[in-house]
Design a protein. Structure first.
Length: 317
């Protein structure tokens, strides 16, 4: 590697977590970026899906260290100031950045946000797009400012949401799309050819932090909404209900709309048929294909019912 190539590289600090952060990091062009440090959020829970652990799936080397943190301490602040990167890239980091960080890199702090900003600002744009039944979403690469997800747009591209996508699958598509366009975007930032587009803040919409309780099924809701939540919460917290005070996690299901099902109670378990376990909603039937009684293995509908004949005609709540 010649000194000329090394001189032209951009000294870069990367902040990211999990599979999405790993995907973006591995897409960085080593001829463009000189990685001088990585900061990732410490893993605070063990994922049941090894592909979606919180930990960043990269290895430190002689050129940079990986710092795992739960909050920004004075020690981390001193380290960042000492490193003094030219640019900071943020991808699926999981922590709010203190304002002082915005003033460290001369080229700015660049964030990947998986929505078409100013729509779906905030912590859960991927799940929210699915729950809202949006046909299209996208990815935005922005320059970070003090206000949440309000910075100027440096790159943006629309993406069509396939009907069968769950949150993991949609997230992979969006962050992969960002990774494919990040190198060229940063080159334009460095050579000052980038065109910044200010967001129209009057069009902003906001997402909320997902809580475990959000995964609890309300059987009085429309069936299509319940299925969208099944897809949106597939990574966490999962979609669940209770039977005899035991939590049941729904793994796979579909919906059949019926104006008058002939049953009174939402959440009533009607029957086991060739589509699965039929459960009444406000406007039809959810057919559960696979499910998991908490503490047990995942089972198909038929196996689950055959071991629990009292399940049919009882109620979920």
């Amino acid at each position: 590697m010649t000194s000329n190539i090394s001189y032209n590289k951009i000294s870069t600090l990367f902040m990211g977590s999990g599979v999405y952060g790993s995907l973006v990091f591995k897409g960085l062009d080593i001829n463009v970026f000189d990685i001088i440090g990585v900061i990732t959020k410490s893993q605070n829970r063990i994922s049941r899906n090894p592909n979606f652990d919180n930990e960043l799936n990269i290895q430190a080397n002689n050129n940079f260290d990986i710092h795992r943190i739960n909050k920004f301490t004075d020690e981390i602040k001193s380290k960042l100031i000492q490193l003094h990167p030219e640019i900071i890239i943020v991808a699926s980091f999981g922590l709010i950045l203190p304002d002082y960080i915005l003033n460290i890199p001369r080229l700015g702090v660049i964030n990947i946000h998986p929505s078409l900003l100013p729509k779906l600002r905030g912590p859960s744009p991927i799940s929210s797009a699915i729950i809202e039944g949006m046909k299209n979403t996208g990815v935005s690469i922005i320059k970070m400012v003090k206000e949440l997800d309000a910075g100027p747009i440096l790159f943006q591209k629309e993406f069509q949401i396939q009907e069968n996508y769950n949150s993991e699958e949609l997230g992979l598509e969006l962050f992969n799309l960002a990774a494919q366009n990040l190198n060229q975007t940063v080159k334009k930032i460095a050579d000052k050819s980038i065109k910044e587009i200010s967001q129209d803040h009057s069009l902003a919409t906001y997402t909320k932090m997902i809580k475990k309780s959000d995964g609890l099924i309300n059987w009085a809701e429309p069936g299509e909404l319940i299925i969208r939540k099944l897809k949106a919460y597939s990574q966490w917290p999962g979609l669940y209900t209770y039977w005899k005070d035991k939590r049941i996690i729904i793994k796979d299901a579909d919906f059949q709309k019926e104006e008058n099902s002939g049953f009174e109670d939402n959440g009533q378990i009607i029957e086991l048929n060739d589509k699965g376990i039929a459960v009444k909603t406000s406007d039809g039937l959810i057919h559960i294909k696979s499910l998991q009684l908490e503490g047990n293995k995942i089972m198909d509908a038929s196996s689950f019912v055959h071991g629990r004949p009292a399940f049919i005609n009882s109620n979920l709540n």
